[in-house]
Design a protein around this ligand. Structure first.
Ligand code: FOL
Length: 230
């Protein structure tokens, strides 16, 4: 039996847990922070079978998809799953190579109508891709091994994900400056059942030497953190 799906939420948030304003990020110019997001979400687990291609999975809501600059989406080298109530649940596996707008990327997009449908899709895929039979590939299962599974927002999707037992961990970039926000991430704290992990634990989980302590870019201060459920 495949291991249960484990969800990791990735987010940058102010101390008030503000994450967005008017359909975009509240800040501009956090280039190294964004580069951290890209690196961490691309790096596949060290345990991956080196003879098979592995890709991490990004789950996002439709508004987050819309917020990503068109020339950056689908976010490359990762399977992009977009949740949208107005889309039926037959997945439409689209190889970017055959798409005019993103011919240089090796990413693909799957649209599903709920987080629940995403979990069922991933469970099914996890069960079939370990064999990557021609039948499974023909069915749109692609034969690519699934690596880590990330939830990348926005507010509505984060809140729904945090209600699931599968949501094990939050990679939180804690932004110290105040920005006006209209979209928020739920409070995570000791009181709500979460525990901040050490830098060593963050390094081990991400597979990199994450800069520790306060970072600063263009006058905005932030810290890379990892929280896990108690
Ligand atoms: N988590 C963190 N830590 N920071 C974020 O900025 C963030 N943003 C989102 C979700 N989780 C986050 C959602 N918004 C891109 C743009 C917006 C976005 C997420 C990703 C994007 O264009 N990413 C590209 C570009 C990388 C770069 O500029 O270096 C990518 O390849 O990931």
């Amino acid at each position: 039996m495949p291991p249960p799906i484990e969800l990791t939420l990735v987010v940058a948030a102010t101390r008030q847990m503000g994450i967005g304003k008017a359909g975009t990020l509240p800040w501009t110019g956090l280039r190294k922070e964004m580069a951290y997001f890209a690196r961490v979400t691309k790096r596949v687990p060290a345990s991956s079978d080196p003879s098979t291609k592995t890709q991490n999975v990004l789950i996002m809501g439709r508004k987050t998809w819309d917020s990503i600059p068109p020339n950056f989406r689908p976010l490359k080298d990762r399977l992009n799953i977009v949740i949208s109530r107005s889309h039926p649940d037959h997945h439409h596996h689209h190889d970017a190579d055959s798409d005019d707008a993103s011919e240089t990327t090796a990413a693909s997009v799957v649209k599903l109508s709920s987080l629940d449908a995403v979990l069922r899709y991933l469970q099914a895929r996890q069960a079939t891709t370990s064999f990557s039979s021609p039948a499974a590939v023909k069915e749109g299962q692609s034969g690519i091994q699934m690596g880590k599974v990330f939830v990348i927002g926005g507010g509505e999707i984060y809140a729904a994900a945090l209600r699931l037992k599968e949501a094990r961990r939050v990679l939180l970039t804690s932004v110290q400056n105040d920005f006006e926000c209209d979209t928020f991430f739920p409070q995570i704290s000791e009181e709500t059942g979460w525990e901040k992990q050490s830098k060593e634990a963050l390094d081990a989980w991400t597979g990199e030497d994450v800069p520790g302590g306060e970072q600063e870019e263009n006058g905005t201060r932030y810290e890379f953190q990892m929280w896990e459920r108690k």
